[in-house]
Design a protein around this ligand. Sequence first.
Ligand SMILES: Cc1ncc(COP(=O)(O)O)c(C=O)c1O
Length: 400
Amino acid sequence: MPFLSDTLARVKPSPTIAVTTKAQALKAAGKDVIGLGAGEPDFDTPQNIKDAAKRAIDAGRTKYTAVDGIPELKAAICAKFLRENGLTYSPSQITVGTGGKQTLYNALMATCNPGDEVIIPAPYWVSYPDMVLLAGGTPVAVVAGIDTAFKITPDQLEAAITPKTKWFIFNSPSNPTGAGYTRDELRGLCDVLLRHPHVWIMSDDMYEHLVFGDFEFCTPAEIEPALYDRTLTCNGVSKSYAMTGWRIGYAAGPVALIRAMGTIQSQSTSNPCSVSQYAALEALTGPQEFLAENRKVFERRRDLVVSMLNAAKGVTCPNPEGAFYVYPDISACIGKVTAGGTLITDDEVFATALLEETGVAVVFGAAFGLSPNFRVSYATADEVLREACSRIQAFCAALT
Ligand SMILES: Cc1ncc(COP(=O)(O)O)c(C=O)c1O
């Protein structure tokens, strides 16, 4: 009898974490490495949020809480949805988990049966397909290339839906491309979903606050109220409030689904960290000004990275609407040889050679379901980004 489970055999460890680990090992060995792999803001958590956590500790808020969140936080989440998205939810429609990742995972675990299909636009966040597989479902990738700015079309969605489709996962702005769907583009997808009442929508709005220029964030339940009863609207404080380590995410949806997700959570992790819940409460109810300040910093960095990467030979870098990622195309680099003598056969070889020859760590596109590309996370200081992009330019200029 094998010791390890068949479930484990279906999934792989996160490739983004693998790149970060390799970069750290090279750094430890004394190499000058710039990591552009990690998906987290470089800003510190705002002081008012940290202070709220300290107060919670001193007040003894250190015990188990209700499994899927304290009432005060659920109320604050309801207020956030009304204020920012025009969506009305009651506290019984809210669940709070240990990061956005856990809420998505709970939803899939609570609903997927063998044979159930989950439509995932590609390029996708690395965890979606593997979470679907862990839950026993079948991921169905729908690829959107650079020609449609990494956004799927209504026709593509229509063609991917079968009687077995359980969920459509929607993520805008997207990890890894930064692509954001306009209201009209989302309207087109909603019209398709209206024709298929058996399909549920999981909208992952994690990068809601990180949008640039005059781009307006939108989410399916707001665009099409008729989808409200089969939409799980997911969000969290990790990216917007620079709180990745606190591990608080949340979701809103129909009561029966929220209850089912709570059952999964009650038998796995129980409540999310009590202190972190009070910190998240302050994040959602305290001053919000720094969101706009952070947005400005990220927009400046996006502009810097997009212009410098487009100046690299063989690299085409679209200008995304949000998040803190860009996803340049490197088709023109495939088949070339690096200064160090490596033949670039695919984007994984490109990323490995880039790391070994220049010390710049990026994540190769195959990990996200579209090649040949790589993902840059620009959530780091401007001067570091400038140096990293100069090295990428030199690396590409030397390709023969
Ligand atoms: C699209 C997307 N959804 C969800 C998450 C998970 O966020 P959290 O750290 O709150 O679990 C991430 C984190 O990288 C993400 O990129």
